[in-house]
Every structure is written in C-alpha cells, then in structure tokens.
Design a protein around this ligand. Sequence first.
Ligand SMILES: [Zn+2]
Length: 464
Amino acid sequence: MVKQSKLKQISIKLTLILLINISLLNSLKSQFLNDEFCGAKESFNLDLRKKPWKGNNLFLSEYLKKINYYADIEKIRYRVPLKLWIYRKSDGSGGVSDEKIKDFIDNLNDYNKINNTGFRYYLREIENIDKSNKLTLGYFLEAPWQNIINHSKGCLNVYVTDTLKRKSFKKRRVNVRGTYNVITQSVIIQKSTSNTGLSHEIGHYFGLYHPHRNYRAGKRLQECVSRTRKAKGLFKKGLICERNGDGLSDTPAEPNLTFLVDNDCNFIGTSLKDKWGEKYQSSTSNIMSYPTHYKCRNSFTYGQIAVMLYKASKNKYQKYWNTENTDNLIYSVDEFEPDDNRNMANILEHAKIQEHSFHSVYTPKKKLDIADKEDWMKFKIEESSEGIAVITIKSSEKKISQINLIIENEKQKIIKQETISAQNREITINLNNLSAGWYYVKAEKTNIIQTKELDKYTIETLLR
Ligand SMILES: [Zn+2]
C-alpha cells in the first residue's frame, strides 16, 4: 500500500512537470537563445511564491536590520548540507573525482564567504549512480525525473552529470551548464561548470533570479535602467526596478551579458538602451549574471543576500541549518571540510595553525545523523632527502574523543601512528629524513560518542 501511494505521488509530480514544460515550450520559446550558462530561466518564470519585497525593496533592508546582519556581517547563519548525486559509467568509472567535488564545495564556500552571505555548505554524502546512459541527461524530462527518483530530505540535492542537454522544437541543441528546477527544488550541474556555477544555481534555490530576467520583454516586464521610475497601473505599486527583472534595485538593469563583456570584465553594451530609451550601465560581476567570461562573476548584492537569508528562514529545514539554534552546534563544520578521504586532503602549510572539528551531518532521522569520523590533511616536502616535519596536535576541549593519527607517505605506507586521548591532549610528532613528496595525515575519531559538544583539535605543522 505504501509503495502504491508513493508511486501515485511520483506520477502526479511527473504529470505536473510534463504539463508545465509543454506549456513553457509554447509560450517561452523565444527565450531559449544564448542561454548556455544556466537553464533555470524558463521554469523560473513560474515561481509565483509570494515575494514580499516585490515593489518594496525596503522590506529587504529592514529584514537585514531585523536579523542584526550589519552588527556582524561575517557571521555564519546557516549551514546547509548538500547531497551530491554523481553520474558515472556503468562500470563505475568516469563521473567527477573527489578532488573536483572538494573544489566545488570549496569554491561555493569561498564565494559565500567573500560576499558575507551568511551561508556555508557542507557535504552530507555522495551517492554514485552508475548508468552510462544517464551521463547525458535531457533537460526537460530526464533530469527532473532523476530528481524525483533520487532524492533525499533535509538537504539540498545536487546532481552532477557529464552533459545536460536541452533541445526544443526546431532550435539547435544546447548544453546547459547548470540549472535549478523549481518544481523538484534540485540543482543539476554539468561537471564542467564554472567556479561560480554552484553558487549561481543555489542562488536560484534561495530565491534569486537572473538580473537580466525578461530583458527582451516590453515595458510591462522589462526592468528599466532608472532606479526611480515608478510603475504605472491600477494594481502596480512601487518602483519598476523593484518589480521587473530580478525585482532588486541594487542589481542594475542589464541585458543578457553573454557577448557584452570584454576580457577585462568591462561592460561593452553601453550603446544598448532599455524600452524607456536609457542606456544600460550594467555590472558584470554578479554571480547571477551571464557575463561573457566566468572569471568576472564574483559578487552578490545586499539585496540578493537578504533574499537568500529570508528564503532560508522560511525553509522547512531551517531549524536544523540555522546556527542560532544551540542544538545545531554539532553541525559546526570546520572550514577545511570536505576532507573525508585521501583525495580530499587539505594542505597543511608551514606554521599555519588549523582548527578542525569532528562534526555531525544533519539528516531528518536524527538517530541516523552521520558522524564525520575522518579528517585528511597533507603536507609537502620540497626536493630534499633530509626533510623535517614537526606536527603538533592539540585537542581544544576537555572531554574529547580518542583520536588516532596516522601519517603515510605517497605510497600509502604508514610512517607514524599516535593516539590523542582525554589523558594525553597534546602530542608533537617529529619526522626526520623525509624524502621529497607529499605526506598524508589522517585524524580518525575512534570512539563515537554522540554529545552536544563539538570535538575540536588544532594542528600545526613546521616544515624544513
Ligand atoms: Zn541561472
């Protein structure tokens, strides 16, 4: 019985997706051109959820004040778990490497950090789907279907595939670098996505539109260059720039920037005008834009940050993501994650102290929270056969779990092993006569005690 009702749910969802996509194909086919960056546009026009900032961006600045954003703009407010679904060949080869996955998540966190968005993301788990025929996913049916049949709750589901292809009617086939599907609430990226690809798609998840949204439309939907022009019409209140386009006054109106940005990230479409005859003065750095060069994308505006934070506060799982809730202390992932295996090892630099934690990973079934049991680090001995490494590891809490430390060389041969316990909270390891190459340090928590405290330790490496 349970299975049947689940099947019914799935078939209802699929019918919905079909209907919506078919109607989109008819009504919005003119918008399919030059859209290789992100495919989220069309489905996004359907996002009819109430936006209290529409025509009233004051709502957003008031919201930031209300949550004391400006009092501590660097504060981490939400830690969002990601589940990565990796498509590989049937024999388990191909797909995306652990190094690349680490890159994705590191980049995502870096762009969120430099923009003070208040978000950090951590890896909940990776699930591989080994089916060669799914390495290329069709945009309209296959991808959403994959989102439905492979989906976990309590996290953001991200699907990484080789190719995401979109073809509509007589239009040429386009490979889409990534997309956010508003119906399945899932992010799908090609493994070749840019450094900001994941930040962009997750921006959609947290309520952001492209700044060039509806730039081809008429006055009714197009965003004007002017920041003071008022909307006209019986039921239209507020400024046009706060209603049309992405609805945010602090992202300048822009056309699709795909061919309008030079190699130095200057906007070169300055002769283009909006429907009111004003010349565009677009920004080229917004992460939600499509500048010619990906390297130009690096910023979110305060308006965008406010939308994302507001949307997160309304998320079904926000109470498990939000850092204000002290129960979530156990999910305080350190900045070096993910470092769960050798391929994701973090670099230990000379004389730089790193603080790590053995955190938990949130899952809706509390008892099934996943423990982060292993941290991997690595250091490099430059050309020498008499290299010296002095590693000092100290647990910063009084009650700590037992940590086993294993140091291996590149050939995975163990060269040293030590244990840190409550009785022996600090150890220094001296390694001499090291030949050139990489050395790996694995810190493994051996007694799994679920506590509300976070197990932390620091590690410092001196290299010669
Ligand atoms: Zn997009």
